[in-house]
Design a binder for this molecule. Sequence first.
Ligand code: URA
Length: 221
Amino acid sequence: MFRIPESIANLGRERIKGFPVEGFVYGEGPQKPELMLIGEAPGEFEAVDGIPFIGRAGKELMKSLDSIGLTREDVYITSTVRSRPYKWGERRERDGTKTQRKYNRPPTRKEILAHAPVLDYELANIEPKLIVALGNFGLQRLLGREAKVTELHGQLLERPIQFLPDLDSTTFEWTDRLYRIVPTFHPAAVFYRPSHRPDLDADWLAIGEMLKRIGDGESEV
Ligand code: URA
């Protein structure tokens, strides 16, 4: 099992202070995994337990892994932001009373920059056969804001990726080396858009085929 050093985790905790987020979820998996999966940010359950993708989206993700003969233990799971971004909202109870609760929200650019050194550290140290970007947040963190899952899903891309050149920087730079990346939909996408299901399933089967080809000795990028 690979675990980022505490110094990197503490840097992440320090840089995200003051933003409306909670918890800190470490990436999880082997240093040389079949796949490195990059999601968006933890949800409520993940933030409480500190384990990535254990909620509803996680169950969906495990089904996709299972469809190509993989389990959680075979892959390194991480995300663009490691704390749960929340916003306060009202919930109407059955008896008509209103209570305040935290809802998930997408991470902001500042939060993505705050946790960029954590993901950069993982990208520099994990050696997956392929990186799978789960949804636009993971994808755009790697390939910039022009990259769209709807256009690129299921394709094997061999490209430089973005990294934060220093801790004070607010813009990314591009790596010299190329990374193998396959974008697909975030597993939660099928909850609000079930029409993505056939594409999502086909993308995962294609990822399974790519892994077989790489396993058969296709050369490194
Ligand atoms: N979405 C993510 O990106 N990560 C999780 O752990 C859960 C949902």
